[in-house]
Design a protein around this ligand. Structure first.
Ligand code: SF4
Length: 446
C-alpha cells in the first residue's frame, strides 16, 4: 500500500507530514511521489496565507477523480484548513473521504481503516488537551542528518491578524522527557542537527507546572553527545528572555542563527497587531543577541499593508530592516483571515499600495542580503554537508552554522552527508555562497 502526501505551508506542516508517513510505514506502507499510484492521498494544508482554499480545491479537483481509476483510493485533507472547515469541506468537495484536524494526526491510520470498512466520509476535528501526534517522531529528514522535533503546539497570543490559535488550538508543551529521548534516538541514528519546532517555542513549559523552561530544555538538548547543531523556531520577540539570549553565548552547538518575526516597524501597527513589543524593545533584544553571539544571523517575517498602515508607518519597517540587517526576510502583503480580530479593522490599504510596498521591501532586502553574503567572501566557515549540490557539476552542498548555503567542489575528497568540513568562501551569489574546501593544516583552525 502506498501513501502520497502533499504539504503546504510552514515547517510544522513539513514535520507533520513526516510523522504521517512514519505512522503508515510502521504499518507496512511505503511512500510514493506519484499520486496516480497511491492508495491514500493526503493533503496537509496551511491557512496562514491568503486563499489556501483555492490551492486545496484545485488539488482535490485533480485527485478525487483518480478514485474512478483506482477503486479503494482514499483521499484525506489535514492541517489548518481541515481544522477550520471540518465537514463543510466534504460538502464542497464530494468524494473527499477524510477531514482530520490538527489534533487528530495520529488517528489517520484508524480513520483510513474505518472509511475502507464503512464506505462513508469521516470528519474529525475535535481539539484535545494534548494534540494527538505530538509524540510521533518524524525521524530524520531526507538528507538523513537533520531532523525536526516538535516541542510544542498551539498559541495563546492571538495576534490580531493570525488564524493559528483558532486552528492549532491553545499552547501545549510536550513533556521534555519525550523530546530528549527522541533527540537521543535521532543522534544514535546519525542525525547531527535538530530543529526544535513550535508556534512559540520561547514560552515552552511556562504554563506546565514542573516542566523545564525553554532555555533549560535547550541546555539539556545541547548536552546530548554527538549533537552538533541545534536550531529552533518560531520565537516570539516578546518572550525572548535574557536567559534565552544567554544560551546563545553559552552553548557552542546552539547555532548562531535566529528567526525573530518583526512583522512591522511602526509601534502603532505593532499595537494594532497585538504583538506585545515596540520597535525599540525589539531592537534592544537584537542588540543583546549580537552582544551574546557576535555574528548571529537573523531572519524575520514582515507583513506590509496591515489595516491603517500609513506611508510613515511603512517607512519605520524599512528603517528597521536597515538597522537590523537581516540575512533574509519573508515578507507578505496583509490578507484578511476570516475569524481574526483584524478582519473587522477599518482602513484597509489598497492592493496596489500593498504591492508597491512589498516590492520596496524586497528591493531593500535584496541589497542587504547581497552585502551580507559579499562580506562572507574570504572567510573560513564550518560547513555541515547535506548532500550533492542541486547545481550538479560534481559539487557538494552544505550549510554554515548561520544557515547560509555553501556549494563547493569536493577536490579529491568524497564527502558524505553529515561531514563537517572547513570551507573558504570564494564567491557570493544571490541566495548562496560558493567556496573552496580546505584540507590538512588549512582546515585546522575551524
Ligand atoms: S504568536 Fe501571533 S503570529 Fe505567531 S502563531 Fe501566535 S498568534 Fe500567530
Amino acid at each position: 500500500m502506498k501513501i502520497y502526501v502533499e504539504t503546504y505551508g510552514c515547517q510544522m506542516n513539513v514535520s507533520d507530514s513526516g510523522k504521517l508517513v512514519r505512522l503508515f510505514r510502521e504499518r507496512g506502507w511505503s511512500q510514493t511521489a506519484e499520486p496516480g499510484r497511491a492508495d491514500l492521498i493526503v493533503i496537509n494544508t496551511c491557512s496562514v496565507r491568503e486563499k489556501p482554499e483555492l490551492k486545496l480545491f484545485s488539488a482535490l479537483g485533480r485527485y478525487i477523480p483518480l478514485k474512478k481509476r483506482r477503486p479503494g483510493l482514499v483521499v484525506a485533507v489535514g492541517g489548518c484548513v481541515a481544522q477550520q472547515w471540518g465537514e463543510k469541506l466534504q460538502e464542497r468537495a464530494p468524494g473527499l473521504d477524510i477531514v482530520f484536524g490538527t489534533h487528530q494526526l495520529d488517528r489517520l491510520p484508524e480513520l483510513v481503516e474505518a472509511v475502507c470498512r464503512e464506505h462513508r466520509p469521516l470528519a474529525e476535528t475535535d481539539f484535545k488537551r494534548a494534540p494527538g501526534g505530538l509524540e510521533v517522531a518524524a525521524g530524520p529528514g531526507a538528507d538523513g542528518i537533520s531532523a525536526m522535533v516538535t516541542i510544542m503546539q498551539g498559541c495563546d497570543n492571538f495576534c490580531s491578524y493570525c488564524i493559528v490559535p483558532y486552528v492549532r488550538g491553545r499552547e501545549y508543551s510536550r513533556p521534555s522527557a519525550g523530546i530528549i529521548a527522541e533527540i537521543e534516538e535521532l543522534v544514535a541514528a546519525g542525525v547531527k542537527e535538530v530543529m526544535l519546532l513550535g508556534q512559540n517555542v520561547n514560552s515552552y513549559g511556562l504554563k506546565t507546572p514542573g516542566e523545564l523552561s525553554f532555555p533549560v530544555l535547550l541546555r539539556r538538548v545541547a548536552a546530548i553527545p554527538g549533537l552538533r547543531r541545534i536550531r529552533f523556531t518560531t520565537s516570539h520577540p516578546k518572550d525572548l528572555s535574557d536567559e534565552l539570549i544567554a544560551a546563545f553565548a553559552e552553548l557552542d552547538n546552539l547555532c548562531p542563527a535566529l528567526h525573530l518575526p518583526l512583522q512591522a516597524g511602526s509601534d502603532a501597527v505593532l499595537e494594532r497587531m497585538g504583538r506585545g513589543y515596540t520597535a525599540a524593545s525589539y531592537l534592544e533584544k537584537v542588540e543583546k543577541l549580537r552582544r551574546a553571539r557576535p555574528g548571529i544571523a537573523l531572519t524575520t517575517d514582515i507583513i506590509v499593508g496591515f489595516p491603517g498602515e500609513s506611508e510613515a508607518d511603512f517607512g519605520e519597517t524599512l528603517r528597521l530592516l536597515e538597522e537590523v540587517r537581516y540575512d533574509q526576510i519573508f515578507s507578505f502583503k496583509y490578507s484578511v483571515r476570516p475569524g481574526t480580530r483584524a478582519a473587522a479593522f477599518p482602513d484597509g490599504v489598497p492592493e496596489e499600495e500593498k504591492k508597491e510596498r512589498l516590492s520596496r521591501c524586497h528591493h531593500l532586502q535584496d541589497r542587504i542580503t547581497a552585502e551580507i553574503l559579499a562580506a562572507e567572501v574570504g572567510r573560513r566557515r564550518e560547513v555541515l554537508v547535506t548532500g550533492p549540490s542541486r547545481r550538479g557539476g560534481g559539487e557538494w552542498s552544505g550549510r554554515t552554522p548561520e544557515n547560509r548555503i555553501v556549494n563547493f567542489p569536493a577536490r579529491d575528497l568524497e564527502p558524505a552527508p553529515g561531514d563537517l568540513l572547513s570551507v573558504r568562501i570564494t564567491e557570493a551569489l544571490k541566495h548562496s555562497l560558493r567556496g573552496k574546501l580546505l584540507m590538512g593544516m588549512e582546515a585546522d583552525a575551524v
